[in-house]
Design a protein around this ligand. Structure first.
Ligand code: SF4
Length: 382
């Protein structure tokens, strides 16, 4: 089995070149061919000595993702399904905007966290993606789009690790992929434009701060632990107070001067004025310790198995107003790619679950019913 060169960051590629008896600087040339020019074949790499190209052909290969299908939304969003073997299919989404092009990348085939409102969570978990499988989503999309749009300059300016999977539960494979994204010989993306989104794997937030601080988004979705335990089960391991302390620590290394909190608006579950007021108190308590944040309210994209409904827009606006009036920067996410199931929380791919997700979800639904009763009672002032 030869090595897939997309599995390496520049350092890893330099070590690989040394193993072939080549000078380390050859790795930089090779890396540029791979990531800046999107080469798929060693024969294209004309500034490398023929002998090296022959050596590479015997010891390595360039394996991009296998495209299952492509879906184009009326709003310009593109979603790809990629086959990663053994019946697992992952999804990648490109979202064009006037001033940027964002790629939403998957880090796992499925996800073991099992958030109630997330289509991926309902699919269960099969396996972690390799570094090559993570970075090749960018490799493929960037070079496809350049060709498709007839452009020579960079098309993708932003990457969000918000596709399928919890990226911080696949840290060892994620880290080299992030380094390739940031490397000037790779994609040269700014740290501020690469976002890792996490449901709150506290020890790995600290690791990321040391190893490769990029922008951080945290899926919060609830202002208190009982409700968050139900919506984001990882909360039982890393409750809100611990999570916000980790965010505060992260901030000293973060490339942006705020952490983004994602908050999916679920009708009658977490969208009441009382919840907004609880969030304000939570944020104010941590602001005193140095936390600075912004909120991104996400209209829920319903899918049948969730049993949940989208909050209506007046509810979302009223919720946003409470946060804004308290001086908290708050935006409401525009939904994109609805018509091709590419919107936030809709990515499901096709995953061979190995974790008994159905039983877990049934148990969560039970717990959730209890949670809703408490919440409604509070909201009604009972
Ligand atoms: S929201 Fe993220 S962490 Fe939660 S189940 Fe979905 S992919 Fe996993």
């Amino acid at each position: 089995m030869t090595a897939n060169l997309l599995d390496y960051d520049l350092e890893g590629l330099a070590a690989f070149c040394e193993r072939l008896g080549e000078k380390r600087f050859r790795a930089t040339q090779l890396f540029r061919w791979l990531h800046q020019k999107g080469a798929t074949d060693f024969a294209q790499m004309t500034d490398l000595a023929k002998s090296l190209r022959e050596k590479l052909a015997g010891a390595a290969h360039i394996q991009g993702p296998k495209v299952v299908s492509r879906h184009d939304s009326a709003d310009g969003t593109i979603k790809w399904l990629f086959d990663v073997g053994a019946g697992d299919v992952i999804e990648t989404v490109f979202i064009p905007e006037t001033d940027r092009g964002t790629l939403c990348i998957s880090s796992q085939a499925g996800c073991a966290v099992g958030c109630r409102f997330c289509s991926t969570g309902h699919q269960g978990f099969s396996r972690n993606l390799t570094t090559g499988e993570i970075i090749s989503q960018l490799w493929f999309a960037e070079h496809f789009l350049r060709q498709h749009l007839g452009r020579e300059d960079r098309v993708i300016s932003n990457v969000v690790m918000m596709g399928m999977g919890e990226p911080l539960q696949n840290y060892s494979q994620l880290l080299p992929a992030l380094k390739v994204m940031l490397d000037d010989h790779g994609y040269g993306l700014s740290r501020r434009r690469v976002t890792v989104s996490t449901s709150g794997v506290v020890p790995m937030i600290d690791r990321l701060a040391k190893d490769c601080p990029v922008a951080l988004a945290v899926s919060l979705h609830a202002p208190e632990d009982t409700l968050r335990d139900n919506l984001v089960p990882l909360n039982k391991k890393y409750p809100i107070a611990e999570l916000l302390q980790a965010c505060t620590r992260y901030q000293s290394s973060a490339p942006r001067d705020f952490i983004t909190f994602e908050y999916c608006m679920l009708d009658g579950v977490n969208d009441q004025p009382e919840h907004a007021r609880q969030l304000v108190s939570l944020v104010q308590a941590h602001a005193a310790q140095g936390l600075s944040c912004k909120f991104n309210l996400i209209p829920f994209n319903p899918f049948p198995a969730s049993g949940l409904k989208r909050s209506d827009m007046p509810q979302v606006s009223a919720f946003a107003k409470i946060l804004l009036d308290a001086g908290i920067v708050t935006t409401v996410r525009k939904t994109r790619g609805d018509d091709i199931d590419a919107a936030c929380g809709q990515l499901a791919g096709d995953v061979q679950d190995r974790t008994g997700v159905e039983q877990r979800m049934a148990a969560q639904r039970q717990g959730m019913l209890g949670g809703i009763k408490v919440v409604v009672a509070k909201g009604m002032g009972v």
